[in-house]
Design a protein around this ligand. Sequence first.
Ligand SMILES: [Zn+2]
Length: 339
Amino acid sequence: MRIKAIKKSPPSPSEVGQAKLKIKNCGLFFAFILHFTFYIFNCFFFGCATLPKEPPKPKVYLEVPSNEYKPIGKELAVTFIDVGQGDSIFIKTPNGKTILIDAGGTPYWKQSDYDPGEEVVVPFLENQKIKKLDFVIATHADGDHIGGMPAVLRKFPIGSLYENGIVSDQPEYEEMHRVIDDKKIVTSVLKQDASFYIDSSVKFEIFSPPSNFYFEGENNNAIAIRLIYGDVSFLFTADIEYESEDNILKTYGDKVQSNILKIGHHGSATSTSENFLKAVNPEVAVISVGAKNNFGHPDSGVIAKLQDADINIYRTDEDGNLTIRTDGKKFIIETEKNP
Ligand SMILES: [Zn+2]
């Protein structure tokens, strides 16, 4: 009978390494289980802790008191015109180009003869001695944005008019297009990813509507524009809501950062998500809203978010026309009321 001697050879260095690795992995596994059990225990008895939030990006403060503002070079001026419940923004660039974003208006269903285009926007532009509008942007087809457009289009020569590309059956849209056809105004469509210089030093970046699809409903398809002049930037969000804000964040991330944010949809609770506000990280918020409107705009939750984020709030219902002047380095805000 042959007995086979079993000789145990000493483990090789690689075997020792593997064994150590196994022990280490086991340790890690048990540490993980322990940690997880502790977390579940904690969640059960004390509620789940939220993940630690990233520290907010430092805000760049460019707003200065008017007596400290000594413009260096040419100025850009942006006026949020007080059209009541609606939007109308007039921009004059350093080289004198004129841009109007929306013209206010009374939605047809209000059955009112009051036309803020005729009563407010045209007189404002005449007061400014404006002879021509180089660019007119109709952000979307809602009456509080384009109801006043026909009066403006009839009154001034128009360079070109931009829309979001959606054909609407709203009466205000049809009326605006009657004037566009009568005056043979050149129209184009603006969509996400377009960017161009409107003046040698003033850039427009278009964030909305999406380039390859449309959302349901008018608001989320509104044209959203970031304007950049030197170190100062504005974000005009028209009536976009959470869905469009999320899409913009997904596409542009931190590139949405702007010093001045025109709050979406007159401060409605359906706009200005916390993530969007955090990414834009504005120093100043402007709310274009009518006094005692029927919609409860601006929403108290939106105001609280802005206050919590240490953002200066200006409102057309309280401040009247708001003009922001900037030399591209600093800016000041002039209010018609409450100077
Ligand atoms: Zn609106």
